[in-house]
Design a protein around this ligand. Structure first.
Ligand SMILES: [Mn+2]
Length: 298
């Protein structure tokens, strides 16, 4: 009798233990599977190619205040991991968009897989404009048939996505362009010569009026169209000398700024000008050579 009651107790204890073990194992499994799910979703964002938006910049604060929140919201909707990097030219030379892009790239390249060369005054409006990783070749978001102002076929300015490998392959942009314009046309030739296929958005139902918002008022923003020394002649030619590998600059500060809760990094850089190669970088040189105003005879 005693043995039987001991056996019964043992069976009850055994059953309870088995039940507890069963629940513990179930619990462990459910924990493991939920950990798996969260690590998988984390992994998917971590493994996604990272975008660094590079914004060549000087004296456009009003535009920047709109740009950073607008583009951040736009890219969040596309679920793209990105940073916004404003490359502020902090020297007394003429504006050099191309060298700022080269400098910006060398500052951010270790933290991204591709860049968006992005004008600060051009805001994408149509949500179908994609900023995905341009695996096979540069993707020109602001194509000539959509850009509010520039409509020639070889135009690659405004907004261009290019992966790190391709940007390095073409040696970035020429550093010879001080003042406004033409650097993007020379960049087009670099892409062509490297046999890179430039693609552009398709299936966009909007047009030149409503695909982008262009904060571009020539009356408010005067542009530096001057051509001094032999600048016109030199900058019409393909540049096979200068580019990403020889851009010289000094990083004077890096500031994190938040606009409406959206972060950007402001890199202030002082560019370096080789006066022998590009004397047109500096207006003060031309003024020194100019004949002094002759005072009118009274
Ligand atoms: Mn513009």
């Amino acid at each position: 009798m005693r043995i039987r009651s001991i056996l019964n107790k043992l069976i009850v204890i055994g059953l309870i233990s088995i039940t507890i073990c069963f629940f513990l194992i179930m619990r462990l499994f459910s924990d493991a599977s939920s950990t798996k799910v969260s690590s998988r979703s984390l992994h998917s964002t971590l493994s996604q190619p990272k975008l660094a938006v590079i914004v060549p910049y000087r004296d456009r604060f009003t535009e920047l205040l709109l740009f950073v929140p607008h583009l951040s919201r736009f890219l969040h909707k596309q679920n793209i991991p990105f940073t916004i990097n404003v490359i502020n030219q902090n020297d007394s030379y003429r504006f050099n968009r191309a060298s700022l892009i080269n400098a910006g790239y060398s500052l951010v390249k270790d933290n991204c897989d591709y860049i968006a060369i992005h004008d600060v005054d051009l805001l994408p409006l149509n949500p179908n404009l994609e900023y995905r990783y341009p695996e096979h070749g540069p993707f020109h978001v602001s194509s000539p048939n959509l850009h509010p102002k520039y409509h020639y076929e070889k135009f690659v300015g405004g907004i261009l996505l290019i992966k790190n490998d391709h940007f390095e392959l073409v040696n970035g942009l020429s550093n010879k362009y001080w003042g406004w314009g033409l650097e993007d046309d020379e960049f087009y030739l670099r892409l062509k010569e490297a046999n890179l296929q430039i693609t552009r958005p398709t299936n966009i139902a909007t047009g030149i009026e409503d695909t982008f918002l262009h904060l571009h008022d020539p009356a408010v923003r005067k542009r530096d169209y001057a051509k001094i020394f032999n600048q016109r002649e030199i900058t019409r030619k393909r540049d096979r000398e200068t580019g990403l590998h020889d851009v010289k600059f000094e990083l004077t500060s890096k500031t994190k700024m938040t606009i409406e809760d959206f972060a950007c990094d402001i890199y202030s850089v002082k560019l370096n000008c080789d006066y022998k190669l590009t004397p047109w970088c500096d207006f003060s040189l031309v003024n020194k050579n100019k004949p002094k105003n002759v005072k009118p005879k009274i």
